[in-house]
Design a protein around this ligand. Sequence first.
Ligand SMILES: Cc1cc2nc3c(=O)[nH]c(=O)nc-3n(C[C@H](O)[C@H](O)[C@H](O)COP(=O)(O)OP(=O)(O)OC[C@H]3O[C@@H](n4cnc5c(N)ncnc54)[C@H](O)[C@@H]3O)c2cc1C
Length: 456
Amino acid sequence: MPSTTHAELSRLLGAEHVLQAPRGSPYNSDSSRRRGVEGHAQAVALPGSAEEVAAVVRWCYAHDVPIIARGGGTGLTGGAVPTEGGVVCSLERLRRVRELEPALWRIQPEAGVTTRHVQRLARENGLLFAPDPGAAEQSQIGGNVATNAGGPHALKYGVTGAWVTGLEAVLAPGELVQLGGWARKDVAGYDLKSLLVGSEGTLGVITAVRLRLRPAPEAARAVVVFLPTRAEGCEAILDVLAAGIQPSALDFLDGETLQMVAAGYPGAVPAGAAFALLAEVDGTHAEVQEGRRELVDLLAGAAVAIEEEVDGEALWRWRDGFNGVVTSVRGAKVSEDVAFPLERLAEGLEGFERIAARHGLRSCAWGHGGDGNVHATVLVDPASESELDAAEAAGEQLFALVASLGGSIAAEHGVGWLKRGRLAQQWDARAVALHEQIKQAFDPKGLLNPGKKLAR
Ligand SMILES: Cc1cc2nc3c(=O)[nH]c(=O)nc-3n(C[C@H](O)[C@H](O)[C@H](O)COP(=O)(O)OP(=O)(O)OC[C@H]3O[C@@H](n4cnc5c(N)ncnc54)[C@H](O)[C@@H]3O)c2cc1C
């Protein structure tokens, strides 16, 4: 690392836009901080335009300095953490919405625009941007694209990548490139923009995103279905699918989670409930009525109770709070974001509970049930080394279980630093080799977010 880094970046961006990052600086960590992931940035660059991002990357690439793209820092796997030093390139000043064309159902925010702002602008114009990862006030659209973020409504509307028609990105060694565009169909060439989607800063730095929007549904209605057992809960998810009902969201929480968060539920949790489905149907008023009726008719036989008059906003606010409530029970938790094929969800949840119990840990699980996406969680005392070790060991066994059931070790929170080197658990050797060749083609010097995603 040349000692001139700070001075050189100051020359490019102005001294006020280059920060030091002493120990404890927020730029040395992200939302995986509680799991001990911390880095040591030599400098933090705050470029104010795409051209300045290119200048930062060009300088770093020429001087063999790692570049770590950073969005809102809400990532849960250490993706934005400078674990190998280098320059953190924070996109927070790229906050312009370059284009909003409601009549054409599209928007082009710069990378640093928050998720919530994109959602709000869409809504104010009668449109919908459906991806709704839980930290939307702080996460940025560039970070959402880089992690291919999901959320409850990904069930009906797809994860972030499904909304991307084009990207502007800085590629090594420092070139600003447009990938894709506004054309609604485009098979000219390989789909390079989709390679950047979910690449977690390891292939390039995204500076702006072209998003397709869609007309907002006229109405949405939440329904909460309480079930007596986990097995019946998982069966209910399969029944909804088999019946051809398409809820806009179908989240679940298991009995343990339900117990922990029951106090905040905007209603009354019935006795005998050991699993809950948070469903939402949307569309025209008539479609919502019809969808709700179908859902209730289908699940009434199995349910302990169905709550049809729940306030949707209060319900999703409650849902967004699970993380905090569960963490507070023992002071800390270790949560792994995985996905099972839907028909193996029950098996996956049971297997996880057994694994945690074998390690003497209390466990719980919730997630986006309709996508088979589970946040598999163990509660720990943060001061207990042995419990933290047991949680790590349980995680290892969970990943093996996931792979054996044909699932994914990383559903929507990315691989980052915490899950690096795990690709071979899930992919064939040839496919892993192709990943490495792609990385090499985009980043021959290995300077773009080193140690993340692929690193062995
Ligand atoms: C309370 C809570 C709830 C959450 N709920 C969900 C959820 O429901 N669904 C979900 O999917 N996620 C969820 N997350 C995880 C997180 O919010 C998402 O991963 C989000 O997309 C990260 O965006 P960010 O801007 O904070 O990115 P960061 O954390 O800053 O970075 C994440 C990764 O993207 C890279 N990156 C960031 N910006 C760029 C860029 N412009 N160009 C290239 N690479 C970049 C970074 O290098 C890093 O590898 C949750 C997190 C929290 C704290």
